[in-house]
Design a protein around this ligand. Structure first.
Ligand code: NDP
Length: 403
């Protein structure tokens, strides 16, 4: 039914490619391409052994738009799933426009030299996609991604008006290292060490990094310290959820992670500008990435669960209502199925489902879209089928799950 080109061969790509192969009635041809072809070949071997499906592999530099256009033409792909880094979003979007195919990613564009996370430059390509008659689906991971779909589902099915949203991201996994990141260390540390920000009564309120913390009781996990961060799905949800008065994002961190991060920041290891070291130019955060464990290597060591969800409060039929929609994902089960831990799993599965929505035309359009722009129901149904089942708890309006 669809010919898909997946770019990037890290943990997220591994999960998404395994899931696409498991849905080979939809994805009749899969090509996995990345900077390091041997990583694609290793994933292809895993899929052949475990799923019994053969996929093609290729070498590609995703920063080179013309090379990507050429690869799209030689593979005949109709959908490009970008699971490389956020730095590649714009070049890959341009390649899709030039080749006239649909584009999907999981993270908004970041400039390598500027700590800025925003959709502006991607939304600006709306006209280009419209003119080419194809679509771009932005942020089809978990957060952004499933969290947007939870909010859309609530808006379309559970509420007449939504006023408050708290997005709560808990990783209670233990990999046994004093310090390591669960996805690309450079992207993770840039996000976490930036100032916090939330939206209230029509304006953004900035906080110092990790300034606001509360203890939240996560279903099936327990109580965890949860810190307010800026996260990209808030930018589109603020635009698309009508009646919204406040939206915040919280993520859990253990003491060891925070102590290491503060220390690394204090000594300049999180700097993203070049410094001179004995005549060689290095970017400290990139050097640090080279020293830290590869997130892919955490898979076999990580035990425990993740819980990511949204607490949504508003009105239905004139009565106040509050619900908590969430998924719990197990690191060891994720690894057993795909060879990657739950942070990659919770991102890679929705990436595959986003591609399914586009391939089956359940979600279609011309231009650039965020996840909440479409009917949430088919995506929610697919989450249950593809390994990320969700639950809804009805809460008392205003009730804090806090302790
Ligand atoms: P990894 O760093 O493990 O993998 C990235 C892959 O992209 C690597 O295989 C890398 O190649 C490849 N790559 C990087 N630059 C290029 C390039 N110029 N050309 C071709 N390939 C390139 O990252 P993850 O798998 O952890 O994350 C993938 C994406 O998912 C990221 O954008 C991340 O921000 C996003 N993400 C989204 C989440 C969500 O919930 N929405 C959560 C977690 C991650 P090489 O192997 O040679 O380095």
């Amino acid at each position: 039914m669809a010919n898909i080109l997946i770019i990037g061969a890290g943990g997220v790509s591994r999960v998404a490619t395994v899931k696409c192969a498991k849905n080979s009635e939809i994805f009749t041809k899969i090509t996995l391409a990345s900077r390091t072809k041997s990583k694609c070949d290793e994933i292809a071997k895993f899929i052949k052994e475990r799923v019994g499906v053969c996929i093609d592999t290729a070498q590609i530099d995703a920063d080179d738009t013309e090379a990507v256009v050429k690869l799209i033409k030689t593979t005949g792909a109709e959908i490009l799933l970008n699971l490389a880094l956020p730095y590649q979003d714009l070049t890959l979007m341009d390649a899709c426009v030039k080749a006239g195919i649909n584009y999907i990613d999981t993270a908004n564009y970041e400039h390598p030299d500027l700590a800025k996370f925003e959709y502006k430059l991607q939304w600006a390509k709306d006209e280009n996609f419209k003119n080419a008659g194809v679509m771009a689906l932005l942020g089809s991971g978990f957060d952004p991604g499933v969290t947007n779909v939870y909010c859309a589902y609530a808006m379309q099915n559970l509420f007449d008006e939504i006023n408050y949203i708290d997005i709560l991201d808990c990783n209670a996994g233990d990999h046994g290292y004093a310090f390591a990141t669960n996805f690309n260390p450079e992207i993770n540390l840039r996000e976490v060490s930036a100032n916090g920000r939330y939206w209230k009564d029509g304006e953004w309120i900035e906080t110092k990094p990790m300034e606001i913390m509360f203890k939240w009781k996560y279903p099936k996990i327990g109580v965890k310290d949860s810190y307010l961060l800026y996260h990209e799905e808030m930018e589109s949800l603020v635009k698309n959820i009508k009646g919204l008065k406040q939206i915040r994002f919280f993520m859990t961190f253990g003491e060891s992670y925070l102590t290491h991060m503060r220390c690394l920041k204090n000594v300049g290891m999180l700097r993203i500008d070049e410094v001179d070291f004995n005549g060689t130019k290095i970017v400290p955060i990139q050097f640090l990435k080279a020293l830290l464990p590869d997130p892919a290597s955490l898979g076999p060591r990580t035990k425990g669960k993740t819980n990511i969800g949204c607490v949504i409060r508003g009105f239905k039929n004139g009565k106040e209502r509050q619900v908590y929609i969430y998924n719990v994902c197990d690191h060891e089960e994720s690894f057993a199925e795909t060879g990657a831990q739950a942070v990659s799993y919770t991102t890679g599965v929705p990436a595959c489902i986003g591609a399914m929505m586009v391939a089956t035309k359940k979600w279609q359009g011309k231009g650039v879209f965020n996840m909440e722009n479409f009917d949430a129901k088919p995506f929610m149904d697919e989450l249950n089928r593809q390994g990320l089942p969700w639950e809804i708890i009805e809460m008392k309006p205003g009730e804090r799950y806090e302790v």
